[in-house]
Ligand binder design. Sequence first.
Ligand SMILES: CCc1ccc([C@H](C)CC(=O)N[C@@H]2O[C@H](CO)[C@@H](O)[C@H](O)[C@H]2O)cc1
Length: 826
Amino acid sequence: CNNHGTMRTGQSSVEIQQSILNHLHYTQAKPLPFATRNDWYMATAHSVRDQMLHNWLTTFDIFMSSPREKHKIVSYLSSEFLMGPHLGNNLVNLGLSESVRKALSALGQDLEAILAQEVEPGLGNGGLGRLAACYLESMATLRVPAVGFGIRYEFGIFDQEIHNGWQVEKGDNWLKNGNPWEVRRPDIAYEVKFGGHTEFAHDPEGRLAVRWIPEKVIKGVAYDTPVAGYRSGGVAVLRLWKSEAVASFDFQAFNAGEYYKAVDDKVLSETISKVLYPNDEPGIGKFLRLCQQYFFVSCSLQDMIWFHLSLGRGIESFSESFAIQINDTHPSMGIAELMRLLVDEHHLEWDEAWRITRESFAYTNHTLLSEALEKWPLPLMASVLPRIVEIIFEINRRFLDEVRGLFPEDDQRIARLSLIDETGEKYVRMANLACVGSHAINGVAALHTDLLKKTVLHDFYELFPEKFHNITNGVTPRRWLALSNPELAKLISSKLGEGWLSSIETALAWLQGAAKNTTFQQKWLKVKQANKIALAKVIRERIGIEVDPASLFDVQVKRIHEYKRQHLNVLHIITLYNRIKRDPTADITPRTFIFAGKAAPGYHMAKLIIKLITSVADVVNTDPDVAGRLKVVFFPDFNVTNSQLIVPAADLSEQISVAGKEASGTGNMKLALNGALTIGALDGANIEIREEVGKENFFLFGLEAAEAQSLKSGGYNPRCWYEGNEQLRQAIDQIDAGTFSNGDRQLFRPLVDNLLNRDEYLVLADYQSYIDCQDLVSAAYCDKKKWAEMSILNVAGMGKFSSDRAIREYGEKIWKTTAIIDPTKY
Ligand SMILES: CCc1ccc([C@H](C)CC(=O)N[C@@H]2O[C@H](CO)[C@@H](O)[C@H](O)[C@H]2O)cc1
C-alpha cells in the first residue's frame, strides 16, 4: 500500500464486486433493492475510476520524482474533445472487461446493459474533436506526460432526430444523470478578464506597466477526467474549464429586493461554458465563441504557469516545462495571452517573453477551406479583449518590420502576412497569429500539408520553411477495433498473439501472410457478417427499415458538407434505381446504403442533402421493381457510440470528397481498420491509405487535386457535363421534377440550381468516373474470396494510421518530449 490511502484497486472479480457494492453504498448511498440501472452504472464507473486515479497518482509521483529537465508536459489545447463513452474503453485499456463482467453478473447485472446506460460526452463536432480524444488516449498509452485543456460545455453537440425526413436538433443535456468520470477541482480556479480598458500604471516596484481594468471578471473552475492508457499504467488528464461567477450571489442586490440582479452575474458567467458551437466550418465569429476561446486559453496558461513555478523553476524556463499544441486556430489567442501574462504579470522584457512564447507553441491546421480560416472583427475583439488586441498589434508591428527587412517594397506580401486584414472591415487573422507565434506548423496528411505550403499558408512557408511539418492523422486501435469490433480483434489475435494492440504500426502487417488463407478468410467474412446482422437489427428497431445483411453495406458516415459530396453518393443510388426501372431483371449487386452525419444547424444546403437522402430512401425502399435489392438508410444521431456500431459492419467506405478539400479524414482509417474497402478520390489521407494497402485493394476514382483546381480555374461549366451525360441528366431531372418529393418541384430546386450553375465541388465532373468505379465495386463484391483477401490486406495496411505513430512523430518532430518510464516496470 503506498501513500495513496487504502487499497481500492483489487482487480479480481471478487474484489471488484466488493468495490461496486462499496460505491453503491458509500457513493450512490442506495440500499441494494432500490438501486436503479443508473446507480449500478455509477457504482461500476466509480470502481473503475478508482483504478485510473491510482495509476494517475502513481504516474504523477514518478513524474515529480524524476529529474526536472527530463520531462516536458504536452498541453493539448482544443475547443473540442469528442471522447465518446468512457466505461467500455476504460475496461479494455485496464484489461478489466472480463472481471467486471463477472462481478456484475454475480450481482445480477448485465455489463452490456450497464454500458448502454452511459450518456456520451459530445464535446465536439467531428474530426478535429475526435482526433484530440484519440491523441489523449495514445499519449496515455505511450506514457507521454499530457494534459488536454478545453471547455466543459454543459450542453454538447445537439442530438439529431429525423422528423419527416428533416434534421431536428435537440439539446444535449449530457450531465443530467451526473458524470462519474470527472473530479471537480474547486481549488484549481482562475479569474479571466473581459471588456473594460487598459491604462499605463506604475506597479508596486515602480515599473511602468500596462494595467487592464476589466468590465467583467469570470472564474474558471477545473474539472479533471483521467484518460487511461492501454495496458501501460499511463494516464493522461483531460482538464476542462467551467465558467462561474466570481461571486455567485450578490447579497446586497438580494437585500434590496433585486432578486434577479442577485443572480444575474451567476447566470451570465455560466453562459460562457454553457454550449458547444455546432459548426464545423467557421462562419462570422460570434461574441460568445470569442469569449469561450479566450476563457479556456487564459485559464489553461495561468494553470501551466502556476504548475511551472510550483516546481520551483523560474518563469524564463517555462518553455522547457510545457509543449503547447493548438488544435486549429480556435486556441490561437493563447499566444497573445501568454505574452500578456509574461509581460504584464511576470514583468519580462518583450523579447524574452516572445522567445518563450514561440518556443512553447505549435499549431496544427485542419482545414483548407479558405473561408474556414478564422478571423475576428477587430472592433469586437478590441471591445471584449482590449489588452489582447494591443499585444497583437505589437506582435504585428515587430513581425512586419522583420518582413519589410526581408522583402522591402513588397506591400502585397506585407498586407497578406499582416495579422490584421485591412482590405475591407478590419479583421484579426487567427491563422497568421498562429503561424507567427509558433515554432512549428503542421498539416494532418501529406497532400494537405503540401497544399498548405502551396496555397493558404504559402507566404508563411516562404518565410519559415523550417517550421512546416506533416503529421498524418491517426486513430486509436483500442476504441476503434478492440472495443467496437471484439470478434475481429480476437480473430487477429489468433494470428498475431497478444500485444499487437499497442504496436499495430509493426504488427498488423503480419496479417498479409493470412490474406489468401481460405479458412482464415471464412472466419473473417463470418465476423463481418455477424457485425452486419447486429447493425441490421438496430436499424430495424430504431428506424424501422428491413435491410439484408447479405447485401453490400455501403457506408458514408461523417458531418454533412457539400465538399464531402454525400449528394454524389445519392446520384449513384438514383442511377442504380433507374437501371432497375429500365430493366427490373437487370443483374444488380444488392446494396444497403447507410448514411449518417449531422448538419450544422445554420447550413441549409447540408440539411437539404439530408432531406434528399431520406426522400430517395422513401421511394427506393418501397418500390416493388427494386424488390429490396437497394435499401437506403439515414441513421440518426451520428456520434461516437453509433459510429462504433456502424463501422464494424461496413463493406464499403465512402471517402468521396473532391480532391484537395478533405484535410485528412479519420473515418477512412477507422473503416479500413475494420476491414471495409475504400472507394475514394486522391484526397487527404486516402492517398496514403491506398499506398499502404496496395493500389489494387483500393477503388480509386475522380480528378486529382491539381486537375480539379485547373478545371475550376479554367471556367468549369457544370451544365455541359449535365447535357453530355444521359444517366446524369436523367437523375438530376428526376430530382428537379419532384420524383423523390411527391411531385414538389420546389423542394430541391436550390440543390439542382447549385449543381447546374456552380457545382463548386465538381460533383458533375466526377460523376461518370464514380459510377464506373462503383460498377467495379459491385463486380468485386460478388467474388467473396477475393473480397475477403482485399479486406484482410486493408487491415494489414492500417498500421501506419495508429494514433500512437502520430503521437510519436509529434514527440520527435515538434514537442521533443520523452515518455515517463515506470521504474517499477523496467
Ligand atoms: C469555427 C468552427 C469550426 C469548428 C471545427 C473546425 C474543424 C477544423 C473542422 C474539422 O473537424 N476538420 C477536420 O479535422 C480532421 C482532423 O484533422 C480531418 O481529418 C478532417 O479532414 C477535417 O475536415 C473548423 C471550424
